[in-house]
Design a binder for this molecule. Structure first.
Ligand SMILES: [Fe+2]
Length: 299
């Protein structure tokens, strides 16, 4: 049986959304907040979990690797993950199963693309809050194994263009590994959009009277990106991304969105925006590409 990418998701990871949800694994308690984004995540979750994925594959900007692209290579990781910027919002006890076979297959296919890949086998390795947040908000039960991909630092060391080129290769490698695995996979691009943010936190972090987009220009950029996604113009989107990264300090610079769109072979069908909202002024959208329904799962 040929494996399939059943959906791709832009799945941003503000730790505030976990904090606001008060899961038992997270130590700090909240009074809620950022409801529109959390409801959007709920809609997306209902849609992708109904498609019965075997595996969630997440690419996170907060597992940054200087040499090559890394995957997790042990069947289980557990521990406490703390957001270094928001330790008062995110102190999360995780216990996560990894699809090691698929992780190794992606690393192998990456090498075939000419990428340097490495396998993380340190049992004490601490999973980053970005990967955990996107996975928790997609599947709070954590009953589906994940594959976790690091973000190689090339966009920061070299240029946006070099970085995106690497991510396109990683996307092709991911798609080939999934096809050979026979599994049904959901891809999570763990990125926000515009990323200018406030520098002072309100006394109550979830006080929504303080929450709004940072700057009108940032909003306009975000809307232009979402318009292209909703109109199936992903090739054009990729061309514009390097400028978006510079103008909006966009977190897509770390490569997750490019990786995912490449794995989906740059879809020309419309994506569905489940939600858009700001978190400390940054632009965040939950967007789903229903790949299986629009392409039969072929690339
Ligand atoms: Fe982030």
């Amino acid at each position: 049986m040929t494996g399939k990418i059943i959906a791709g998701v832009l799945a941003p990871h503000p730790p505030h959304l976990v904090y606001a949800s008060n899961p038992p694994q997270n130590e700090p308690r909240s009074e809620g907040g950022w409801d529109m984004l959390r409801w959007g995540y709920e809609r997306m979750r209902k849609s992708v979990l109904a498609k019965k994925p075997d595996v969630l594959i997440v690419h996170s900007p907060h597992w940054m690797t200087v040499v090559g692209h890394h995957v997790l290579g042990l069947p289980k990781f557990q521990g406490l993950s703390v957001d270094p910027i928001f330790p008062h919002l995110f102190r999360f006890q995780y216990d996560i199963n990894i699809d090691v076979d698929l992780s190794l297959a992606i690393a192998e296919e990456g090498r075939a693309e000419g990428l340097i890949t490495k396998v993380m086998k340190n049992p004490d390795f601490r999973l980053d809050y970005g990967a955990i947040t996107s996975c928790y908000l997609t599947n709070p039960a954590f009953d589906i194994p994940i594959v976790c991909l690091s973000s190689n630092n090339s966009p920061y060391y070299f240029s946006n263009e070099v970085g995106q080129h690497q991510m396109e290769k990683l996307g092709r490698a991911t798609a080939r590994a999934i096809a050979k695995s026979g599994k049904r996979a959901v891809l999570l691009a763990s990125n926000s959009l515009s990323h200018r943010h406030f520098t002072n936190e309100p006394e109550i972090p979830e006080d929504m009277s303080h929450e709004h987009i940072y700057h009108h220009g940032q909003y306009l950029w975000d809307m232009e990106m979402l318009k292209m996604m909703r109109e199936g113009r992903s090739r054009e989107l990729i061309d514009v991304l390097p400028e978006f990264m510079d103008m909006a300090l966009a977190e897509v610079k770390a490569g997750a969105l490019t990786w995912m769109l490449s794995a989906l072979d740059f879809p020309s069908y419309p994506a569905e925006v489940h939600a858009y909202g700001s978190v400390i002024g940054t632009g965040n959208a939950v967007v789903e590409w229903a790949h299986e329904a629009n392409s039969g799962g072929a690339r």
